[in-house]
Ligand binder design. Sequence first.
Ligand SMILES: Cc1cc2nc3c(=O)[nH]c(=O)nc-3n(C[C@H](O)[C@H](O)[C@H](O)COP(=O)(O)O)c2cc1C
Length: 142
Amino acid sequence: MPNRAVVFVSEATPQLAVEHLAAIMADAARFNRNAGISAVTLYDGRRFLVYMEGPPDGLDVAFSRAAGVSSHAELIELARGRVGQRRLPYWPMRCVPLSPPELVQLVRADWTSFLQREGDQTGPATAMEMLVGLVEPIAKAG
Ligand SMILES: Cc1cc2nc3c(=O)[nH]c(=O)nc-3n(C[C@H](O)[C@H](O)[C@H](O)COP(=O)(O)O)c2cc1C
């Protein structure tokens, strides 16, 4: 069955404690590992951008679990669809810090079809190219 992906942004509840966030991420990783989902949560201290991918059944449940939590609000889905091969196969869930401007850039970028182009490209980077550019170096560094 082809892999699917979903990406959303949301606003963290004010004063979300570091320990609480760590518990949320650990809980998400536990579920995702069992469901074969790989995921990453980018966090700028105020907002989340969550990308998750994997088999459709597991993905739908993981998304519903994430959407139903009171630790964030104003969830906006940026894209959902097929991805073929996994783009970020590194972790069942991992929280990656980024700056607020980086997050804004990612939200505003083009998420259409999770497009990632081959080789050197002109024109603005697609959202997926930006996301991979942010996450891959961290994964490769171990
Ligand atoms: C930003 C964010 C991302 C999440 N991502 C996932 C996920 O990928 N998979 C999953 O099963 N649950 C995910 N969840 C849900 C949490 O794992 C879990 O349901 C939550 O920690 C419940 O605890 P709480 O009510 O104390 O916040 C996510 C929650 C948040 C806030």
